[in-house]
Design a protein around this ligand. Structure first.
Ligand code: ADP
Ligand code: 3PG
Ligand code: MG
Length: 380
């Protein structure tokens, strides 16, 4: 398949180029926990600046409209001059873009301040398109979402994929025909995003390990006691998966008990006041054994609630993967944050910016954000 790149967009000098980036990085207050997604998005922006385009960056951050991109903009100001538009629905936004100099960069506030983004409302896509001459999707990690900026905008402007996006496809496509044994490890908390994909991976992988808060949903649907552990509401049809031989769940977990003490428990011995917050040592030993024999390991999602200090399971897994002989592909906003913390960059075959998007792409070989650009071109 031929993927258009920024090099295919002609006569960039003076053109307004909308770049959909994914700067949804983990934050602590106003401080960035890490900047991997931002750093990987810079080659596209640098290329456009050199070509003297006017670069308008769109991104979401966090869930819904609560979070702001201001701290990201402040952070990037250390690299180059960058303007900020607090509300893209105003005359001010029009004025700022109308006065942009060639080679300059302006960022619009979190797209999710407008509910029409997540609803994929064509009216928002039209408003955003009115600011640009070209559209580049460099938000690989958000391209599993059918949102206005991902699938609506490319319908309206000549479009291409950014360099980050193309690099993701280059590396991840090697896992579309995986070497076996293939071990898939997943965790985190986005149950509704990841569950449909888990089903697919039980067909693709030799072993599917489910940790993090995802495992709580499995335990709950199986009717096991999970105390006060976090679960996403809803049923996800997990019971058939529970019985599959290649699906592996934690055999032991770290809990905070009703007196707020940490304890290691067998997964089938959880008490009413417990909160499951990490995978236990026996689980990690079993996982190490499986990973040692694997030719390919794909991992997304922390095994525990690392923000509250339950990071040992995930840290141990990272160290196991850094030593693995097979290929290792990792990804996801929170997963990346932990790699950086342990200074393990460079120890893996590929670190994807995508969490849900990486899984979606590996399971299906396509993404809504890819189709939106490719299908339009083939229709022409
Ligand atoms: P990624 O960004 O790597 O794709 P997710 O966004 O799906 O991962 O999940 C990350 C979140 O999952 C973190 O906030 C982490 O605290 C949470 N998490 C993982 N395990 C648990 C658990 N057992 N209980 C509560 N939260 C958990
Ligand atoms: C991610 O963090 O995986 C992407 O930024 C997408 O975020 P979302 O799950 O809130 O759509
Ligand atoms: Mg996350």
């Amino acid at each position: 398949m031929n993927f258009p790149s920024p090099r295919d967009l002609k006569d960039l000098k003076g053109k307004r180029v909308i770049v959909r980036a994914d700067w949804n990085v983990p934050m602590e207050g106003n401080a960035l926990v890490e900047d991997y997604r931002i750093r990987r998005s810079l080659p596209t922006i640098e290329y456009l600046r050199k070509k003297k385009a006017k670069v308008i960056v769109l991104s979401h951050i966090g869930k819904g409209k609560e979070s702001s991109l201001r701290p990201v903009v402040a952070y990037l100001k250390r690299e180059f001059d960058i303007g900020f538009v607090p509300d893209f629905r105003t005359q001010e936004a029009r004025d700022v873009v109308a006065h942009m100099k060639e080679g300059s960069v302006v960022v619009f506030e979190n797209l999710r301040i407008d509910a029409r983004e997540e609803k994929n409302d064509p009216a928002l896509a039209e408003l955003l398109a009115s600011f640009g001459d070209y559209y580049i999707n460099d938000a690989f990690s958000a391209s599993h979402r059918e949102h206005a900026s991902i699938v609506g905008l490319p319908k309206l402007l000549p479009s291409a994929f950014g360099f980050l996006f193309l690099d993701e496809l280059k590396h991840l496509s090697m896992a579309l025909k995986p070497a076996h044994p293939f071990v898939f490890v997943t965790g985190g908390a986005k149950v509704s995003t990841k569950m449909p994909l888990m089903k697919k991976f039980t067909r693709l992988a030799d072993t599917v390990f489910v940790g993090g808060a995802l495992a709580n949903n499995f335990f709950k649907e199986e009717g096991m006691q999970i105390g006060k552990s976090f679960v996403e509401k809803g049923t996800f049809g997990l019971r058939p998966l529970f019985k599959k031989k290649n699906v592996v769940l934690p055999v032991d977990v770290v809990v905070l008990d009703k007196t707020q003490n940490r304890a290691v428990r067998r997964a089938d011995h959880i008490e009413k006041g417990d909160r499951i917050l990490d995978a236990g040592p026996a689980t990690l030993r079993a996982l190490e054994e499986v990973i040692r024999k694997a030719k390919l390991v794909v991992w997304n999602g922390p095994l525990g609630n690392y923000e509250e200090g339950f990071e040992e399971g995930t840290d141990t897994l990272l160290k196991i993967l850094a030593k693995a002989r097979g290929k290792t592909i990792l990804g996801g906003g929170d997963t990346i944050a932990l790699i950086e913390k342990l200074k393990l960059e460079g120890s893996f075959t590929f670190v994807s910016t995508g969490g849900g998007a990486m899984l979606d792409y590996l399971a299906d070989g396509k993404l809504p954000g890819i189709d939106a650009i490719i299908k339009k071109r083939t229709r022409k």
